[in-house]
Design a protein around this ligand. Sequence first.
Ligand code: EPZ
Length: 421
Amino acid sequence: MDKIRIRGGRALNGTIAVGGAKNAALPLMAASILIDGTLTLTNLPHLADIQTLGTLLEQLGVHVSVDGRVARLTASRIVSTTAPYDLVRKMRASVLVLGPLVARERRARVSLPGGCAIGARPIDLHLKGLQAMGAEIELSEGYVEARAPEGLRGAEIIFPFVSVGATENLLMAASLARGETVLKNAAREPEVQDLANCLVAMGAQIEGIGTDRLVVRGVDRLAPATHSILPDRIETGTYAMAAAITGGDIELTGTRLDLLDAAVVSLRGAGVSIEPTARGIRVQRTNAPLVGVDVMTEPYPGFPTDLQAQMMSLLTTAEGASMVTETIFENRFMHVPELRRMGANINLHGASAMVRGVRRLTGAPVMATDLRASVSLVIAGLAAEGETVVNRVYHLDRGYERVEAKLAACGADIERLKEAA
Ligand code: EPZ
């Protein structure tokens, strides 16, 4: 398995191009199942998770062709309605084919994902929503079997708490259901909005995009469309935090400040300058010291759970104390013991981590079993004295394209160590 070696202590200076959002691209690719023509997606990120979903879609009968940053997905005929265990286990987002398959084929068989490194992550809200829309759901041999022989019908669905994936699955299903579906307490994440906008371009009738109440009037068929995947706000925030911890000055292009929302407030609170430019965002912390801030993860527009680990790395060297509270996932602190091995002073109390700033981190061999935790260790390594080796780099490759090349181009001393197979 490849590793990443970093010799820390160099300030990042330069420009980094931010790619299309992984978590927008995945549901958008699944939406291709809804039409028998071609869905064209531009600004495609080149990531392991995108390839995994491409493989699953091809097994279902979708023809997937990728040409640079453009993906063309054509689902002329669905040949299978099963998402098998080996792919769902590799990537939970595979469950995003459930809604579109039931909507189009009136049936789907999707492996239950099981728990993962960051928590139990059930899909009960996806299933209850489909049931409310008339699907019969059975669990057998580790698979969810959903059938709607008469087709799906509109329903009122009130989510007890916010779920990005359930909102996306049901939004896709509702687009082809008979009648009106109302999704209340729906997720408002920019990636959900991006999916909704693409569905509208395909002919879906959706009101309330960007709010927590989505009203979908089902149509008989959707049509081919072309859609540009929105910029990756998590990649944006990750590089902003990397620049900030090193006392650097970088421009992030192809992205937007408004996508970061609460993270901007937290970064500014920590002493980081972050401003819009004509091409994206400029992040600087050239003289000012980092200062501790309290951060609590919340559904959008709150501080994103997918930036919690990176923010914690940044706060390890901030003056004073910071309280980092995780409210979305129950087990998303795997980076804490690793950061401690690099000299961070962090105490865990249930869902909160108390971070007391230290003057400096020191390099160490580290690893993590989740992509955001892994990249948080890269961020810590950039600021640490000495050498850090981050193991299990395949987690990084799931969500960050050429992370070492982008950082090296801004002056980081970082390289990938290829392991002979
Ligand atoms: C999406 O996961 C993202 N993944 C995650 O990104 C992100 O962390 C998460 O949203 C929260 O923002 C994709 O978009 C592909 P949820 P998702 O349903 O949809 C519980 C990354 O690093 N829940 O909003 O699976 C669940 O266990 C990743 O890129 C239920 O209990 O997240 C969690 O505690 C990791 N029942 C909470 O809700 C359900 O049926 C929010 O999960 C569904 C969810």
